[in-house]
Design a protein around this ligand. Structure first.
Ligand code: AMP
Length: 450
């Protein structure tokens, strides 16, 4: 099949020619007719499968030139990096189309974005929070939106954007086409579809959990953090083979810790992204990694989701992800656009169960490689790896002396009155024939009247 088999137009054919793309990827071939038909669509496809063009080709094909200033297409994505990337992809396709595209995201000056919106646009690509703020400020009018694309929905829901999405649905026109792409079909995604989509057509090219064929996967059994560092240093010294390496870790703290360790060996070749880094720092790191200035990028799962970086030679899972889906997303950063990719995973004894879960999801075993002889096995442990020491029958420890006293805000004992309710008061009053509490000034008056 070639792009000629799709009913595109000359400006799009020319743009594809310039990009050197001749054959639609499977998701592009499958999505084109469905998206073009105007029906609601749910697509399951991993990043790297060409899904951005899968929804943009039919949308651009049918988007008529218009002078109106309010956008007609809204694309929502979970991270700021993805806004930048999707805008770039749309611009590539729009080379010969007179088309106004704007990307907006949080953490930057909203006034500059308001001005840009006021100048008029056709397509807006946004993170949910900033889109909502712009819409509430009334600078951005959403009444002309005909097509809503939500990309990487599963990440969006993982990041807790559900309410923001629903708020946005509320202010969009009812008559619109909903197009959604997700790498995995989770229960959350399914609920969102049931609640907000009208009888959507489902398309999918890979069952969630099917790794791309062109990614070869291996794993190493490694006893602890420092040995993992030694193995990594060993591997990364092979600069020819490991020429563009994306290393995943689960947490920010681990990303910083690993960065510190690798910095001694690969200073100029190394960069890192996680959510505590500033927006500029993150964009710069990604750019330097993308253009090859930095050979090695350390990233957390959330930051690297959906990032499209060409020619990643290796994805290294420095830890084994607890959720098998995260493993799928991580390794999907290599072997993109049908190129060969390699994925390695380092796992400790504790991480064996996570490996089994991944293997069950993929229905395949990841071959194990022997640790190279030159890699030193460290016995040093990081804090998290040390066994928790529980003391038993320590004769020198005085019992309870160290127990904390009551918190400063706890009531003194004499103030801890119990509310015994009305019936108790009534009983006391009957018994004593006079108020138990002082201050019932009417008591005597009442009794005189009797
Ligand atoms: P995506 O899955 O949208 O992140 O796209 C992954 C990469 O594949 C991007 O760099 C696209 O520019 C590229 N790509 C998209 N469609 C094609 C195609 N038909 N042929 C070759 N590369 C493509």
């Amino acid at each position: 099949m070639s792009f000629q088999d799709l009913n595109l137009n000359t400006p799009l054919y020319n743009a594809l020619d310039d990009l050197g793309f001749t054959t639609p990827t499977p998701i592009q071939a499958e999505a084109f007719g469905v998206v073009a038909s105007g029906r609601d669509v749910v697509g399951i496809a991993q990043t790297g499968t060409g899904k951005t063009f899968a929804y943009m080709l039919p949308i651009l094909r049918n988007l008529k030139f218009s002078k109106q200033d309010n956008p007609r297409v809204l694309v929502l994505v979970p991270t700021r990096e993805l806004v930048v990337q999707v805008v770039e992809e749309i611009e590539k396709l729009s080379k010969y189309i007179n088309n106004r595209v704007l990307g907006v995201y949080g953490g930057t000056n909203i006034n500059t974005q308001k001005q840009a919106v006021a100048e008029g646009l056709d397509i807006i690509v946004a993170t949910p929070g900033r889109l909502y703020d712009l819409a509430v400020s009334r600078v951005l009018q959403l009444k002309s939106i005909q097509k809503l694309v939500i990309d990487e929905v599963d990440v969006m829901l993982d990041l807790g954007f559900r309410h923001q999405l629903i708020n946005i649905f509320d202010i969009l026109p009812d008559r619109r086409q909903n197009i959604m792409f997700s790498a995995t079909m989770t229960q959350d995604v399914d609920e969102l579809i049931t609640d907000f989509f009208r009888n959507p057509e489902r398309i999918s090219i890979a069952v969630s959990g099917t790794p791309l064929d062109n990614i070869s996967q291996y794993r190493y059994n490694v006893p602890n953090f420092y040995t993992k560092v030694n193995l990594l240093v060993h591997l990364l010294q092979d600069r020819d083979s490991f020429n563009k390496v994306l290393i995943f870790v689960a947490f920010k703290r681990m990303a910083d810790r690993l960065f510190e360790k690798l910095d001694d060996y690969f200073k100029e070749e190394l960069c890192v992204i996680h959510s505590n880094k500033t927006q500029n720092y993150r964009l710069r790191s990604i750019e330097q990694f993308r253009n090859g200035e930095n050979r090695i990028l350390i990233a957390t799962d959330v930051m690297a989701r959906g990032l499209d970086i060409d020619n990643v030679s290796h994805v290294i899972n420095f830890d084994t992800p607890d959720y098998p889906e995260n493993y799928m997303h991580r390794i999907g950063r290599t072997g993109r656009a049908e190129r060969e990719g390699k994925a390695l995973v380092f796992s400790t004894e504790k991480e064996q169960e996570a490996i089994e879960n991944i293997e069950t999801l993929m229905q395949m075993k990841i071959p194990v490689l022997e640790l190279p002889d030159t890699v030193e096995i460290s016995t040093e442990l990081i804090e998290e790896e040390r066994p928790q020491i529980r003391e038993r029958n320590n004769p020198t420890k005085r019992s309870d002396d160290d127990a904390p006293g009551p918190a400063f805000h706890e009531k003194k004992e004499k103030n801890q009155k119990e509310n015994l309710g009305g019936s108790y008061k009534f009983k006391i009053a009957q018994k004593y024939k006079k108020p138990k509490t002082r201050g019932d000034k009417n008591y005597n008056k009442r009794n005189k009247r009797k």
